[in-house]
Ligand binder design. Structure first.
Ligand SMILES: C[S@@+](CC[C@H](N)C(=O)[O-])C[C@H]1O[C@@H](n2cnc3c(N)ncnc32)[C@H](O)[C@@H]1O
Length: 330
C-alpha cells in the first residue's frame, strides 16, 4: 500500500516537474477556461476579504492561479496541498507581494491535513479530491472547514469526455507495450538498424534472416498502428509513439545501439507513467450515485447541496459539487 502511494507520488511529481499547469493537456491552454473557470469565479465571488481557501490535490496550482487572477488585491488567502512535489513556475514568476497570498504544500497527503479545526472558509478541489481515500479525507476536510463554510468541487464524471479518452488511450498503451508488440519489436530493430550504418553491416544484414523477420514484423505493426490511428477519435498516443520510434531508430543509425536503447527505455518509462495517470482518471471517476453520496456526506444533515454535470462547449467535463455547510449554531 505504502509502496503504491510512493509510486503514485513519484509519477505525479514527474508529471508536474515537466511544467504543466493542469492535467487536462488536450482540453485547455495553460489555464482552465470557459465553464470551469466560470464555476470557480462564481465560487470565489462568495468569499469576503480575509477569507481562507484550501485547494486539495492542487497539482501545479491551476485553481490558485485562477484565484490570483480573480483577486488581484490578494485579499483571499489560499493554501494548496498535493501528494506530489510541485513545481508551479507561474507562482515563482509572481512578484513577492502576490506570492504571499498563496502557500503550496507539496508532499502533503489530503488524508491528514496540517491545518487547525474550523480554519478554512472554503475547501476547493478540481479533479483532485476523488483521487484520495475519501473515507479518510472527507472527515479531515470537514474538520478544517468552518461549520458555516463551503466546499466546491469539480470531479471526474464516469461518462465525461476526459474519462472516455482515458479508456481509449489506455487501450492504445496496452497495445503498444504488449509483449512482442510495438515497443518490443522496435527494441529488436535497434541492433539491425545500427548495423545498417556501415556497408559491411548492410551486407551482413542481407544474410540475416532473424533481422529480416524483425523488420517484417515491425512493418506489419507500423501498418496496424496507422490503421488504428486513422480509425480513432483520439490517436495522440499512437501518433506520438510512432514519431518517437522513428527518432529512436534514426538515433540507432547515427549514434549507435546503446543510445537508442536508452531512449527507448525512457519512452517506455514515460508511457508507464501516462498509463498510471490515465488508469487513475478512469478508476476515480464518479458515477451519479457516487457523486450524490459524496455531496450528501459533505453537506451532512444541515447543509445544502447543489450537484450538476458541468459542460464545456456541450462536452461533459465532470461533476460540479457545491456545498454550503449549515450556519454555525450560537
Ligand atoms: C488530476 S491531478 C489534478 C490537479 C489539479 N487540481 C488540476 O486541476 O490540474 C490529481 C492530483 O491529485 C494528487 N493526489 C492524488 N492522491 C492524493 C492524496 N491522497 N493527497 C493529496 N493529493 C493527491 C496527485 O498528486 C495529482 O497531483
Amino acid at each position: 500500500m505504502e509502496q503504491a502511494l510512493d509510486e503514485r507520488r513519484a509519477v505525479w511529481t514527474r508529471y508536474w516537474s515537466q511544467g504543466a499547469t493542469h492535467s487536462c493537456g488536450g482540453s485547455f491552454g495553460s489555464r482552465y477556461e470557459g465553464a470551469l473557470a466560470q464555476f470557480w469565479r462564481g465560487a470565489f465571488a462568495t468569499l469576503a476579504p480575509g477569507a481562507r481557501v484550501l485547494d486539495i490535490a492542487t497539482g501545479n496550482g491551476a485553481l490558485p492561479q485562477l484565484l490570483v487572477d480573480f483577486d488581484p488585491q490578494g485579499q483571499i488567502a489560499c493554501d494548496a496541498i498535493d501528494l506530489a512535489t510541485l513545481a508551479p513556475a507561474w507562482f515563482d514568476a509572481l512578484p513577492p507581494a502576490r506570492r504571499a497570498q498563496l502557500r503550496f504544500h507539496g508532499q502533503q497527503a489530503a488524508e491528514a491535513l496540517p491545518f487547525a479545526d474550523a480554519s478554512v472558509d472554503m475547501v476547493i478541489s478540481q479533479y483532485g479530491l476523488e483521487y484520495t481515500d475519501l473515507a479518510r479525507t472527507v472527515p479531515e476536510l470537514l474538520r478544517v472547514c468552518k461549520p458555516d463554510g463551503q466546499v466546491r468541487l469539480v470531479c471526474h464524471h464516469a461518462e465525461a469526455r476526459p474519462v472516455q479518452l482515458a479508456h481509449t488511450e489506455l487501450a492504445h498503451l496496452d497495445w503498444l507495450t504488449a509483449p512482442e508488440g510495438m515497443l518490443d519489436t522496435a527494441l529488436g530493430m535497434i541492433g539491425p538498424v545500427a548495423r545498417a550504418a556501415t556497408e559491411q553491416g548492410r551486407a551482413a544484414l542481407a544474410q540475416d534472416t532473424a533481422a529480416q523477420a524483425v523488420r517484417e514484423r515491425f512493418n506489419t505493426l507500423q501498418d496496424a498502428l496507422a490503421a488504428q490511428a486513422a480509425g480513432s477519435n483520439c490517436p495522440d498516443v499512437l501518433v506520438e509513439v510512432r514519431q518517437a520510434l522513428a527518432t529512436i531508430l534514426n538515433m540507432a543509425m547515427r549514434d549507435g545501439a546503446a543510445s537508442a536503447q536508452a531512449a527507448l527505455a525512457a519512452l517506455r518509462a514515460q508511457l508507464a507513467d501516462a498509463a498510471l495517470r490515465l488508469a487513475e482518471l478512469r478508476d476515480y471517476a464518479l458515477d451519479a450515485d457516487a457523486a450524490a453520496q459524496l455531496g450528501r456526506t459533505l453537506a451532512g444533515a444541515e447543509g445544502t447541496l447543489a450537484l450538476a454535470p458541468i459542460l464545456e462547449q456541450d462536452v461533459l467535463m465532470g461533476w460540479a459539487i457545491s456545498v454550503q455547510r449549515a450556519a454555525a449554531h450560537t
